[in-house]
Ligand binder design. Structure first.
Ligand SMILES: Cc1cc2nc3c(=O)[nH]c(=O)nc-3n(C[C@H](O)[C@H](O)[C@H](O)COP(=O)(O)OP(=O)(O)OC[C@H]3O[C@@H](n4cnc5c(N)ncnc54)[C@H](O)[C@@H]3O)c2cc1C
Length: 433
């Protein structure tokens, strides 16, 4: 390999890696992006592309469990991200259907929770209000409306950004040691390295596998429905999300921890909802995707660990990776270029919020103990840390409930953090429970 040193190497060309690389390059840095497959072929390809600071019941929870100042900075960071997308789109004349819309978090159950959330968000400076009126084809008990949020269609924006960057596709990073990045094609070096591989691919340092799990969600694209204007997300367990893109209505839901779609009815539940709420609608396409869920509800953006000043990370986007990728780009640009960023501390990966984390931490430890226990025979084991895999009959995949790696029916790796496939011998005969 020739020309093997750069100022910065970004690993992963999803929305996070691309925006981080783009914003660093704008500061005059020489940046290379390394991508194992193709540009935006990971979770970004399957996003529903709402850009919003409304991340479920977030602000009343953050105020309660983490602190008012942290909640305020979280809100400001994401509101700034929405504006920054608009600036990026206008300044570069990118025709990606970007438009400002209202975002709604609705409930069919407990309106009081959402009244609190509306008050918390407004208190933190968001243009938010509680309402009982929505355009959805069913009655809601209540909803929180955030005004001036946004939606877009990612492919054109990604194409325009990628065009300006140096990106090596089909270049899988196998290890990082000090300032060296090892790929299947050889070794490169950089002053700074950013891991933006969705789930961080290095277990040590950082130990992100102890600090987050993955959750999977399912989406149908429907035609022949009355179009909706806003973007909608449910605060209820088992609820649905909605957003219009052109002639299609995207209906999302059936969220579950990766590895727990054992009854294989995730899409069926969406189809039933489509029939109930949009009679006559036609299902055009269906897909699923997953995202990392940090224990304390705050993404990890910043230094990979205390001991690696040259290494950075952006992960834990909780299905809000459009706004959060932009937050990551702004924070990492400022940190790496020594400019300081007002939001960096909130997202700092080295924080620990005990009250916010403890419930999820215990659940994850329980899952890992259960996943690692048991005899050597029975279900196949994950190549990441050896947890037992679960059969997902709907997607014909073996999914890991511990950290969310996925493999196809023959054991070929589909989703990280695992780096390699599992032994295919005997997989088809194993107990598919
Ligand atoms: C169903 C669903 C709907 C969603 N809808 C929304 C939404 O409406 N709004 C929103 O804000 N967020 C949404 N999200 C979340 C959002 O899509 C993700 O958070 C975001 O796309 C993640 O981007 P990323 O760049 O971190 O990961 P990815 O897009 O997965 O990119 C990571 C890249 O790293 C590469 N990579 C991995 N390992 C290596 C390696 N060893 N070497 C080199 N490259 C490597 C991968 O090939 C991949 O291309 C949704 C998520 C789901 C599950």
């Amino acid at each position: 390999m020739e020309n093997t040193h750069r100022d910065i190497i970004v690993v992963g060309a999803g929305m996070a890696g691309l925006l981080i690389a783009f914003y660093l390059q704008q500061q005059g840095r020489n940046v290379l992006v390394l991508e194992a497959a193709e540009i935006a072929s990971g979770q970004t390809e399957r996003t529903t592309a709402k850009i919003t600071s409304q991340h479920g019941i977030k602000y009343s929870w953050l105020i309660d469990k983490v602190g008012v100042e942290e909640a305020r900075l979280y809100a400001q960071a994401n509101e700034t991200a929405v504006r920054e997308y608009e600036k990026l789109v206008w300044e570069n004349g990118i025709d990606c259907g970007f438009e400002r819309v209202s975002s709604y978090l609705y409930t069919l159950q407990d309106a009081e929770l959402l009244e609190r959330e509306a008050k918390a968000a407004a208190f933190l400076g968001i243009d938010a209000a509680f309402t009982r009126e929505t355009e959805l084809p069913f009655e809601v008990k209540g909803a929180v409306c955030f005004r001036k949020q946004a939606q877009f269609d990612p492919p054109e924006l990604i194409r325009r950004i990628a065009r300006k960057l140096e990106i090596w596709e089909h270049t899988k990073v196998t290890a990082v040691k000090g300032n060296s990045v090892f790929t299947e094609a050889g070794e490169l070096t950089a002053d700074k390295i950013v891991i933006a591989t969705h789930y961080p691919v290095l277990n040590v340092p950082g130990f992100y596998f102890l600090r987050q799990h993955q959750e999977r969600s399912y989406v149908l694209a429907l035609s022949s429905c009355k179009p909706i204007q806003g973007i909608y997300y449910s605060a209820d367990k088992g609820g649905f999300s909605f957003r219009q893109t052109g002639e299609y209505l995207l209906l999302g839901g059936s969220a579950c921890r990766t590895g727990q779609n054992r009854d294989g009815k995730a899409f069926e539940r969406l189809s039933e909802a489509a029939g109930q709420y949009f009679p006559g609608a036609r299902e055009e396409v269906r897909w699923a995707a997953q995202d990392c869920m940090p224990h304390d509800g705050i993404p990890f953006i910043g230094r990979y660990s205390m001991f690696t000043p040259q290494l950075y990370v952006a992960t834990g986007f909780q299905k809000w990776g459009m706004s959060t990728s932009m937050v990551a780009a702004m924070i990492l640009r400022d940190e790496i270029c020594g400019m300081g960023n007002p939001y960096a501390e909130v997202f700092c990966p080295q924080r620990f919020h005990f009250r916010a984390s403890v419930g999820n931490l215990l659940t994850d430890v329980g899952m890992s103990v259960r996943g690692l226990a048991g005899g050597l025979f029975g279900r196949p084991r994950c190549s990441h840390m050896g947890c037992k895999l679960s059969w997902n009959p709907e997607e014909n995949s073996w999914d890991c409930p511990c950290h969310g790696s996925r493999f196809d029916k023959d054991g070929k790796l589909l989703d990280n953090p695992a780096k390699k496939s599992v032994e295919s011998k005997g997989l088809s005969q194993t107990e598919k429970l």
